[in-house]
Design a protein around this ligand. Structure first.
Ligand SMILES: [Zn+2]
Length: 316
């Protein structure tokens, strides 16, 4: 597994513990006017620093939304508190992945974990949001991409946002429902919409710039701020074009000996169908079609039954 330098400094978020919502680390900025409820969440995964940096910056701007309500949440604060730059991969979560517990039967079930308790506290805010932005980053140094969910409406929303360049329509996560797919967000007929941005490698400086840009543009898109304010604070140029990648299938490891035949980082395109890309015990995995895109490969998980990469194709 590649080692990446930790370029980002985790911000002190302790000033944001006491919110005004009755739930710690969750704040509601209310315009007092009618309008949508917009939610932005950082730290769904405790070692993804860029979202915390973006929200810390946003709080310091002291904005008041132009309409509706703006909910700002730091999610897995317990895992974040355990972040150690010497072992930066260890604090993704405490007990289980917070982004796999959002199905009703899990949230309302008998399970108990640090993450389930937090998800149960956050769920009323998620369910009240018309528009949601969930800020993440990736283990490998891949171009930023937007996880637009399973419905085309997510990709249409990301095109209105104007960034990043790569927009993913996928098949959900087999290990459990993600927050961004919950309720109306995953219903093609609902006007509610959610985006999950992967801002780049977890600890690279540019991930923080991408996170901040996604926040200011999301606020403008949802009418929370003037476009001119967002334009004045945007750090990076917009991509010249946005492309949709449609995931067709996951590659689930069958043995503990699964290994990739190249050091994929994500979004590589393999030109020819039938090209071997992984060895899995006796089996060789080959690309199912020409121009197969390798989506978010997981290089460091040796457990059989885990999704190691998803395969997709560029649509537009
Ligand atoms: Zn994440």
């Amino acid at each position: 597994m590649a080692e990446y330098k930790v370029e980002l400094t985790p911000p002190d978020i302790s000033p944001y513990r006491a919110g005004n919502t009755g739930v710690d680390w969750v704040h509601c900025l209310d315009s007092g006017k009618p309008g949508p409820t917009v939610m932005i969440q950082a730290l769904t995964h405790g070692n993804e620093l860029c979202g915390a940096i973006a929200l810390d910056w946003l709080f310091k701007q002291n904005i008041t939304p132009l309409q509706g309500r703006l909910v700002l949440a730091f999610a897995n604060v317990e895992a974040y508190a355990r972040f150690d730059a010497g072992k930066p991969s260890a604090s993704r979560f405490c007990d289980e992945d917070l982004n796999r517990v959002w199905a009703d039967d899990v949230l309302n079930g008998r399970g108990d974990s640090i993450e389930l308790r937090r998800a149960r506290a956050l769920a009323p805010f998620v369910d009240a949001a018309d528009y949601l932005l969930d800020i993440h980053s990736m283990q490998e140094a891949c171009r930023p991409l937007m996880v637009c969910g399973m419905q085309d409406k997510g990709a249409a929303f990301a095109k209105r946002l104007g960034m990043p360049g790569d927009l993913l329509i996928d098949t959900g996560h087999p290990s459990g429902l993600r927050m961004r797919d919950r309720g109306g967000f995953g219903d093609p007929l609902s006007p509610r919409n959610a985006l999950l941005i992967e801002c780049g490698q977890h600890w690279e400086q540019s991930a923080a710039d991408v996170a901040l840009d996604s926040v200011v543009r999301f606020l403008a898109l949802t009418g929370m701020v003037e476009q001119s304010w967002a334009d004045a604070h945007q750090r990076l140029p917009l991509p010249a074009r946005q492309h949709v990648i449609r995931v067709t299938e996951p590659v689930v490891a069958r043995t503990a000996f699964f290994r990739f035949l190249s050091a994929f980082q994500g979004l590589e395109v393999i030109p020819k169908a039938g090209t071997p890309f992984a060895q899995d015990g006796e089996q060789v995995w080959v690309t199912p079609y020409d121009n197969t895109v390798m989506v978010m490969p997981s290089l460091n998980n040796a457990k059989p039954g885990t999704t190691r990469v998803r395969l997709g194709r560029f649509e537009s």
